[in-house]
Write a protein that binds this ligand. Structure first.
Ligand SMILES: Nc1ncnc2c1ncn2[C@@H]1O[C@H](COP(=O)(O)OP(=O)(O)OP(=O)(O)O)[C@@H](O)[C@H]1O
Ligand SMILES: [Mg+2]
Length: 226
């Protein structure tokens, strides 16, 4: 099933007087269950593309259908709902709230989405191996553990797609691999569609497909060789 369909996506930044096109006409289709790695040099538009596809940032021209509906026709309330329940976002910085413990950091995104069954919070923490640490605060755990909590937070509302922008960017090799293993398990065992941005070519084999960007355009879009 197609969950993202982008046609001639264009994104410009700047004012009328000086515009810069950072995404220059991208076409892509992503099916449910794919694990897509997006790579490319710094400034090639990877983060921008992720923001456009997830509805965090409006596009200038072209079209993006997310779950079968053109993104720019979503009402504000729909986009809020989309962000809370149908997509999860993980970034390079973990953005945990320092004065909330591990459990509460995940609970908060659950409460904002209006959900009730708190056993889901434990389940999300268990999926990332952080249930035993639920009473600790962010400054009491390692960066890798904080990133696992931020994945639990992205997961707790059972999203269909997880967008991850360089989730291993601040981690050492081993912690990075643990995060990649978790994403792989989420893809394989829980059928989450994963769209990952990475700088690290060694991590591509975790995914099923590699999209290479250069200067706002896709220059390669291939099944990942195992
Ligand atoms: N809010 C913004 N306003 C103006 N220009 C922007 C904005 N966000 C990004 N850009 C520009 O768009 C281009 C693509 O940026 P983007 O952050 O998507 O690149 P990236 O591939 O994610 O790079 P990196 O690997 O360094 O994270 C860059 O030239 C950047 O300066
Ligand atoms: Mg980026």
């Amino acid at each position: 099933m197609i969950i993202i369909k982008g046609s001639n996506i264009i994104k410009e930044y700047g004012s009328k007087m000086s515009k810069t096109q950072v995404i220059k006409g991208i076409n892509l289709t992503i099916e449910s269950g794919e694990f897509v790695s997006v790579v490319g040099p710094s400034g090639s538009g990877k983060t921008t593309l992720l923001y456009l596809l997830s509805g965090l940032e409006p596009y200038t021209d072209g079209s993006i259908e997310l779950f079968g509906k053109e993104l720019n026709t979503y009402a504000d309330s729909d986009t809020a709902n989309l962000r809370q329940t149908k997509i999860g976002f993980v970034s390079q910085s973990y953005n945990l709230i320092e004065n909330l413990n591990v459990y509460e950091n995940v609970l908060i995104s659950f409460i904002i989405a209006g959900k009730k069954d708190k056993s889901k919070v434990d389940k999300a923490l268990e999926m990332v191996g952080m249930l035993d640490y639920k009473d600790l605060y962010p400054n009491q755990i390692s960066g890798g553990m904080q990133q696992r909590v931020s994945i639990a937070r992205a997961l707790v509302n059972d999203p269909e797609i997880i967008f991850a922008d360089e989730p291993t960017g601040n981690l050492d090799h081993n912690n990075g691999l643990q995060i990649m293993e978790i994403l792989k398990q989420l893809n394989r065992n829980y059928h989450k569609t994963i769209i990952l941005v990475t700088h690290n070519e060694d991590l591509l084999f975790y995914g099923t497909r590699t999209i290479r960007l250069n200067d706002g355009l896709i220059i390669q879009d291939v099944e990942t060789l195992k």
